[in-house]
Design a protein around this ligand. Structure first.
Ligand SMILES: [Fe+2]
Ligand SMILES: [Fe+2]
Length: 292
């Protein structure tokens, strides 16, 4: 399969040119659960306002990320107007962005609304693709399963990924996907099984150029050693699952603000994960000795 090229070259040297190093910055957003029918999510959460705050936060970062990865559950009930609003809002980002589906999403609607970006495959069921235009190669996976909320990497998707990773074994690579392929200890979410997780982990282990796997779905910041690399979960733009590690506790959520992963790649650092916290915490203060 030929490398899929997108119109990102105008962005690709932003960080490098501005700050004089060979590298890039990747930001991740996830689980936007956009609802544009005028109703709040679960009667409580303004998902449109939450996404607007995230977009403004990303555009104000300095240095500005080169790329934003939106890792699924983009719409809550997958109405086409949700995706149209989403596309218009993401278009106000001052950097490139790439989207993948989550369990709440509709592939056909996403394919239509984001068609002009040109990175989705022209045919086939799955919305997986590679992004080749940056110092770090990024591989998008489609882990959506049929008629259930848990994740899946079936033989067809595993074979596709194995072939893509085999193409460029020496290139630093980030894999992005919606469902984390591991249990987290948040009991009610762990009940959603990820089919193919063991085969996926074995595959990743065979391709050590994978610097990191980034996922969503869990609505919290979580990380784990996985397949010889690091796998992480991103918080939601809209709402977070309550942190409760008792195995049999039912589901609940909280309105903690989102925390945005900021992945820095530089020749002299490798891939380093930072996090940017949404919220107003006042001005910066000079880091001085305590006066008293
Ligand atoms: Fe979600
Ligand atoms: Fe999800």
């Amino acid at each position: 399969m030929p490398a899929r090229r997108v119109c990102a070259f105008v962005f690709s040297s932003f960080t490098m040119a501005t700050y004089g190093y060979n590298g890039m910055i990747i930001a991740q957003i996830s689980d936007l659960h956009l609802r544009t029918d005028g109703h709040k999510l679960k009667g409580i959460v303004d998902s449109v306002g939450a996404l607007d705050a995230v977009v403004r936060h990303l555009n104000a970062l300095e240095p500005r990320p080169d790329v934003v990865l939106a890792t699924g559950d983009l719409a809550n009930k997958a109405h086409v107007q949700d995706y149209e609003t989403l596309e218009a809002m993401l278009r106000t980002l001052s950097m490139a962005f790439y989207v993948i589906p989550g369990n709440h999403d509709d592939r056909a609607m996403m394919r239509d609304v984001f068609a002009k970006d040109g990175y989705f495959p022209p045919d086939g069921k799955f919305l997986h693709y590679t992004v080749e235009d940056w110092p770090v190669r990024m591989i998008a996976l489609d882990t959506k399963a049929d008629r259930r909320d848990g994740g899946e990497m079936c033989p067809e998707r595993l074979a596709w990924l194995d072939a893509r990773l085999g193409e460029q074994p020496d290139r630093p690579t980030v894999v992005f996907m919606h469902h984390p392929p591991f249990k987290t200890g948040i009991g009610f979410m762990d009940k959603q099984h990820f089919d193919g997780a063991e085969d996926f982990e074995a595959l990743i282990r065979r391709h050590p150029q994978v610097e990191r796997i980034v996922a969503g779905h869990l609505h919290r910041t979580i990380s784990k050693r996985f397949g010889g690399t690091v796998a992480s979960v991103c918080s939601s733009s809209a709402f977070q699952m309550a942190l409760d590690l008792r195995p049999d506790v039912g589901s609940s959520f909280v309105k903690e603000p989102p925390t945005i992963p900021i992945l820095l790649w530089r020749d002299d650092t490798g891939l380093v994960a930072h996090h940017s916290q949404l919220g107003d915490f006042g001005p910066r203060h000079p880091f001085v000795r305590d006066p008293l």
